[in-house]
Design a protein around this ligand. Sequence first.
Ligand code: AMP
Length: 379
Amino acid sequence: MTKPILPGATLGVLGSGQLGRMFTIAARRLGYRVHVLSPDHETPTGQVADLEIQADYHDLDRVAEFAKGVSVVTFEFENVPAETTEVCNRFGPVRPAGSVLYTSQNRLREKTFLRDAGLPVTPFVSVTSVDELLAGLKKQGIPSVLKTADWGYDGKGQVVIRSVDAAATAWASLNVPKAILESFIDFDCEISVVAARGLDGQFVSYGPIGNAHHNHILDVSVCPARVPASVAKQAIEIARAVVESLNVVGVLCVEFFVTRSGELLINETAPRPHNSGHLTIDAHVTCQFEQQVRAICGLPLGSSELRSPSAMANLLGDVWEPGEPNWPAALAHPNLKLHLYGKQAARIGRKMGHLTVLSDNVDEAEQTARAARDALMWR
Ligand code: AMP
């Protein structure tokens, strides 16, 4: 039996964005110390951590130094190089394991793993040339979505192909040796389940959470999602099968398309807390970040019970376009919680923060969250 890592110990996080920041805040509340390693300086995570190490992920001497100073290593984004987690693993556990990262950091590996595990995924084929793309389009139909196999997130590195004539240009635009071609799903809605799994196999989940995207970036999430109970139950069962088949210790989010006939298809998974789970900080008994801390430390997971229907609206850099946001106008809503990530430069499309609204029902929560976000741009 592995001994739990108790409060007072130091936890290591690879990556220094907002997910690392909220993980660190949860860890420090529980009495842990946190060291963060990333190539950047003065980062959202570094601002709240005990130690910020600025080093390239490939600088394995610095990575080793970082790993020696902590009891367990986790990560806040999936594109951490495999050699980085391998070096960390020489000095202590990496949770979730590097093998989970390896599977989920490439769309083809991820979808193949899930399909082989008998789980429902968007129909796909692998593509390495224009000829394969044309053959794939014949099989998948038009429209289809061509995505880079590696390094994709928030709609980056993907293009919808709406005619055979557009295939060559689409292939050239990705400029990668390997891609995945997926059927375009005319979905009814998108939902996610954030799941946590402990060292002893304990499982808890949040949601399903209903997600609306804008320009391929998550815009608004609501919990509970507006889906029938049978769909909700099935989504949670699938999420459980995903974390169990990957042997995840930590948090993992499964994003689904719900088709017009009520069928669930996995779009992608992320082996870490997820943007759609940010509302758990205010709306649930234990938030996704605290579950990550508990899971990687080998402690019992907390209750994931929903305390109140809720909605979360992302605050992108766009909100800063007219000038400094009108914070008092948003904060005038008494059931609103504001979260800002400490980022200096507000660029269009950059995730700067989010706001969460609790209400008696999700419709009201969503309406208020959207209205409060609009109010930020009032002069
Ligand atoms: P992704 O980066 O793969 O999560 O894609 C971002 C968003 O693009 C998704 O949340 C969907 O709204 C849309 N999208 C991605 N893949 C597909 C697909 N196969 N069919 C329809 N919409 C898609």
